[in-house]
Ligand binder design. Structure first.
Ligand code: ADP
Length: 607
């Protein structure tokens, strides 16, 4: 067991990435549980010359470049990545590498981190990168765990950590329910600032509230209130282009009176001309330094869960969900979770339930589920309805009636569950209150990390069945428990299959990669694609969107080369490689690598 220091958890009033003080006890509990299941040392000495250099840059030039960057930004705002790598945990995460490494820890590493304090300093960094042809990789908070964390795709890139010094809530317009944030504003912070205004407004929060509001939206993350599609609810961006030019999108492009910000910037998304915002999400076309966001007027809410006893009623459940979702009877983005998550979210390790290494057999899951508050179930549906009591009651009546058609369905209200049950965390998340609880399923494996396989399917039983079959069969083949959660937005579902692996176990990592690659491939053959993926799978996923001889990729490459001719901004992110790197061995595509059971090589220059 690793030793655990519970005094080091950062607080929000001291650090932008910290927790509000009223979450400290909960955070301590999460950290203690995670460390009780950790066998890896905090760090190991690095066995190569550090910092790792960016490609095609000599140490002499790198040193001169860093010295210049320090002159521009201040010595204290540039930090070399030359110390042992520390994975930490969610609230003490690194900005040097992927804390959830699925390849060797030192493969996806930066050479240095720079901390800009303003849009103007971001411009200076971009110009500097062009002068030295050093790739830079922007992060807002760097907690994009499961998708690559803070790691750059190209080894030796300089990470631009925007959050540390650019973390202000710039505006809250309480009457029009909008705000404007810098990259380092977490959900915890925005929630706190909104509360201080006295306006009764909600911030839509994702499962865990430590991420950046801006970073999550431009990576197209989701939450669970009616405002759960974060990118759809953003309104106006300020972007530094790879040339150093600064652009404002939406109404922000029209200067306000006497040079003020446009008064409609956060009120209207798509005014005159083409709408460029989308190309700055999940891309490497610009660095977003400000973002407007809509807030939701608070309303009455009632969360509930419905449990279903039989695995095989899955298609029927989805068929019931679709019309309810389309007609907005289901008020939010509800989740359908597989039963094994009821065990995992208790925070107890898999070994508590089962001592085999193989996926937990269904009978074993069943035998433990029986003793859980919701009993021997197969699926748990977590939903929330909104509005005044009368409206909610009417909606709940329809919901009960429709799901009641599934044999053995049971409708449960939060007050019927014990206080430690997960449903109480859903009540918070679904009503705009930040949460940490979702961290607990990470205890499933020792030294646990996770990767998300996240395909989109229409909300239709027969389509969902295809993914269900692929996910279940391949999880079994590669030896992983199947943690599937379906986030249902209406016409489509984000199917989130969470692969939880042990960072200390090379074989576990290898299998996690193999499972991901094969699921991506099989899903694509059946016409299904992922909405988001980890850095290492970006090339594979991007190419599944290959209609008409990769027309979309060629379009993206045309934009990339026009905006970033020197290829300095996040090369390889979202599978988009600038001309300087393209076709030179950086793309991770070779199927043979994972079929032959080796981890992918990330470093193009070594091929
Ligand atoms: P989180 O908000 O979850 O902590 P990150 O800050 O890691 O997420 O952001 C998610 C991803 O989006 C990053 O890995 C990075 O590639 C990209 N990104 C984050 N912030 C910006 C930004 N301000 N401009 C451009 N890309 C960004």
């Amino acid at each position: 067991m690793a030793s655990v220091d519970l005094t080091s958890i950062p607080l929000l009033d001291k650090k932008h990435s910290g927790v509000p003080s009223d979450y400290l006890e909960q955070a301590k509990g999460s950290k203690a549980r995670l460390y009780s299941n950790k066998t890896l040392p905090a760090s190991v000495p690095r066995d190569e010359e550090v910092p790792v250099l960016p490609p095609d840059v000599t140490r002499e030039i790198f040193d001169a470049a860093i010295a210049e960057l320090k002159r521009k930004l201040g010595e204290e705002n540039v930090e070399l990545n030359d110390k042992p790598l520390v994975d930490g945990w969610y609230l003490e995460h690194p900005n040097t590498h992927d804390a959830f490494h699925v390849v060797p820890q030192s493969d996806l590493v930066s050479s240095a981190t720079v901390y800009p304090g303003s849009t103007d300093e971001v411009v200076q960094i971009v110009r500097w990168a062009n002068d030295y042809l050093i790739p830079i990789y922007p992060i807002s908070m760097g907690r994009n765990l499961g998708y690559g964390g803070a790691a750059p795709r190209v080894r030796g890139s300089v990470v631009v950590d925007l959050g540390r010094r650019m973390n202000k809530v710039l505006k809250i317009d309480g009457s029009n329910a909008t705000c404007m944030v810098e990259p380092g504003v977490s959900y915890f912070k925005l929630h706190e600032e909104v509360q201080k205004t006295g306006y009764d407004l909600w911030v839509d929060v994702p499962d865990v509230a430590g991420g950046s509001v801006l970073g999550n939206a431009i990576d197209r993350g989701v939450g669970y209130t009616p405002y759960g599609d974060h990118f759809t609810n953003h309104c106006g961006l300020e972007v530094v282009l790879p040339s150093g030019e600064v652009l404002r999108t939406g109404m922000g492009a029209l200067p306000g009176k006497d040079g003020a910000d446009n008064p409609s910037w956060q009120a209207f998304q798509n005014p005159y001309g083409p709408t460029p915002d989308g190309i700055f999400s999940q891309s490497n076309f610009g660095i977003v330094t400000k973002m407007g966001m809509w807030l939701m007027p608070a309303t009455g809410h009632q969360s509930y869960m419905i449990t279903f006893p039989r695995d095989d009623d899955f298609e029927q459940i989805i068929e019931i969900i679709r019309p309810l979702a389309l007609n907005r009877i289901l008020g939010n983005i509800p989740q359908l979770r597989s039963v094994i998550q009821e065990l995992a979210v208790t925070g107890k390790p898999k070994s508590f339930f089962y001592d085999g290494k193989d996926p937990m057999p269904r009978e074993v899951v069943r035998s433990h589920a029986k003793n859980m508050p919701c009993g021997d179930i197969s699926w748990a549906f977590y939903g929330t309805v909104y509005g005044n009591k009368e409206t909610r009651d009417m909606q709940l009546e329809i919901i009960k009636r429709e799901f009641g058609k599934v044999a053995g369905a049971r409708f449960i209200l939060p007050e019927e569950m014990p206080p430690e049950h997960y449903i109480h965390s859903r009540v918070n998340v679904c009503s705009g209150t930040p949460e940490l609880r979702e961290l607990d399923w990470l205890n499933w494996q020792p030294n646990a990390a996770h990767l998300f396989f996240a395909p989109i399917t229409p909300t239709r039983g027969e389509d969902a069945r295809v993914i269900h079959e692929i996910v279940s069969r391949l999880h079994k083949k590669w030896g992983f428990d199947n943690f599937s959660t379906l986030c249902i937005a209406g016409r489509e579902m984000h199917w989130i299959a969470n692969i939880v692996y042990d960072r200390a176990d090379e074989d576990s990592k290898r299998r996690a990669v193999g499972l991901m690659r094969e699921m991506i491939e099989e899903a694509a053959k059946n016409g299904f694609g992922e909405y988001r993926t980890h850095l290492l799978f970006a090339d594979q996923v991007a190419r599944t969107y290959g209609w008409n001889n990769q027309a979309l990729m060629r379009f993206n490459e045309t934009i990339k080369d026009a905006l970033d001719p020197n290829g300095i901004l996040a090369p390889g992110r979202a599978g988009i490689w600038p001309r300087r790197f393209r076709g030179k061995g950086w793309e991770i595509l070779e199927e043979d690598e994972w079929r032959n059971s080796s981890l992918p090589k990330v470093d193009g220059s070594s091929k």
